[in-house]
Design a protein around this ligand. Structure first.
Ligand code: SF4
Length: 432
């Protein structure tokens, strides 16, 4: 049975109880939100997850980190290092987006080493397998798709990104309304190329019932991919993006009717002025199911700094109601990310998520700020560093430039405003 089927029979599983505790939410409210589809718990029934994650309304905003091999960088060891870095930096979930090497082995090792939920994009393995078997990554059919889904489900994957919204209709909308950057989603591009060469409809869309069947059997959360997400702020919220979202609306309903948990993926590249509109649109069309945003990036001009770019968009998206943030690393648009890129990407996304949690009035999030502010006022450096979101970097900076007086830092030194004011109000000698 799926989590939803248990809940419908009024059976509360230990996992649901654990989530209620960690999220500090009433069990009855969590149950209601799960049943309404406004919250999901990404966990394959075959897998033990040390740190399970629930995503959605009323909960802390979650952060995902993508890892995985590319055709130019194939090292399982490196990807396992990245997994470690992502989790130690605070990622709530990871996605294995590997497209090269022994994909089955890579996935199994990542699943066994990960303490957090693991997601995949099964289409990548379908394409990689077709390339290996037939020399062309487009030589696959619906049986190949279902074969990969079944295998990955058996391995314990907790959530799947499924590119079912790239259909003949949405592609024709795209053709009629050309963009600066056509299709930037890897899954969306593979699917569109397959449809173009076979002249057939997207098998994920045609056989969506089969996808649901597998997801239901293993209690896998479906993340409906946005294969037509814009790749430039000039393409944001265009007709093709909205046409795909409307198709996802229908697929969400079908998941919900079958007790399969579902979330919807969103853009992409979106100017600040359009973020709210995007969130409202998704929530309205898709019945308030959790929204999983990639960034969004709010400008196209800062390769090398896209983690900051994405964090700006993510903070606003989170404030307006996005529930799940996919990190973007400084390597975005430039290269395969390193471990340092992964760490910076996760930290940037966590800052955005936390800022949005505060704006949404999450009491425990604000408590954290209160504690560090108190430590700052007390000039308790040990405590400040311990409470920092990235204590490693905070400590490194502090000890790299020690002040003459321990109480202050080398930014203002003897003119430390906190110290001046403290001495002044406590009638201690000031100005020395
Ligand atoms: S020296 Fe300046 S920056 Fe450093 S703690 Fe004091 S007020 Fe803050």
């Amino acid at each position: 049975m799926t989590i939803l089927q248990f809940l419908k029979q009024d059976l509360i599983t230990p996992l649901v109880k654990k989530i209620a505790q960690t999220e500090e939410i009433e069990l009855s409210l969590l149950k209601q939100l799960l049943l309404e589809g406004k919250v999901v718990i990404c966990k394959n029934k075959l897998r033990q997850v040390e740190k399970p994650s629930a995503i959605g309304k009323g909960l802390r905003i979650k952060v995902n980190a993508n890892i995985g091999t590319s055709t130019d960088k194939i090292s399982l060891k490196k990807e396992l290092e990245k997994l470690k870095v992502a989790i130690s930096s605070g990622a709530d979930t990871v996605m294995d987006l590997s497209v090269a090497g022994n994909l089955s082995q890579i996935r199994k090792e990542i699943l066994s080493a990960s303490s957090v939920p693991v997601g995949t994009v099964p289409l990548y393995e379908v394409a990689a397998r077709a390339k290996k078997r037939y020399g062309n990554f487009l030589f696959f059919d619906k049986d190949d798709l279902l074969e990969v889904l079944e295998e990955q489900a058996k391995d314990g994957v907790d959530f799947f990104t499924i590119h079912a919204g790239v259909t003949q209709r949405t592609i024709s909308v795209l053709k009629q309304n050309p963009r600066l950057l056509g299709i930037v989603s890897r899954g969306g591009a593979i699917m569109a190329a397959w449809m173009q060469s076979t002249k057939k409809e997207n098998p994920f869309y045609v056989f969506f019932d089969k996808v649901i069947e597998i997801a239901q059997r293993y209690d896998i959360t479906l993340s409906l991919g946005d294969g037509l997400r814009p790749g430039s702020v000039l393409d944001a919220t265009d007709k093709a993006q909205v046409a795909e979202l409307k198709i996802l609306t229908d697929l969400v309903k079908r998941c919900r009717q079958n007790d399969v948990q579902v979330i919807v993926e969103g853009p992409g590249h979106v100017p600040l002025s359009e973020i709210q509109k995007n969130i409202i649109l998704e929530k309205k069309l898709c019945g308030q199911v959790p929204f999983y945003v990639l960034g969004p990036l709010v400008t196209d001009i800062c390769p090398g700094y896209d983690h900051i770019n994405a964090a700006i968009g993510a903070a606003l998206a989170g404030w307006y109601g996005a529930d799940f943030i996919c990190y973007v690393t400084p390597a975005e648009h430039l290269r395969h990310p390193s471990c340092d890129d992964v760490r910076e990407g996760v930290i940037a996304a966590r800052i955005a998520a936390h800022a949005a949690d505060i704006a949404r009035g999450r009491v425990s999030s604000l408590k954290w700020d209160e504690q560090i502010s108190k430590a700052r006022a007390e000039q308790n450096w040990r405590k400040q560093i311990k409470l920092a979101l990235d204590p490693i970097k905070a400590r490194k900076y502090r000890i790299s430039s020690m002040p003459g007086q321990h109480q202050v830092c080398t930014m203002c030194g003897q003119f430390c405003s906190i110290k001046i004011v403290e001495q002044c109000f406590k009638n201690k000698p000031t100005g020395k």
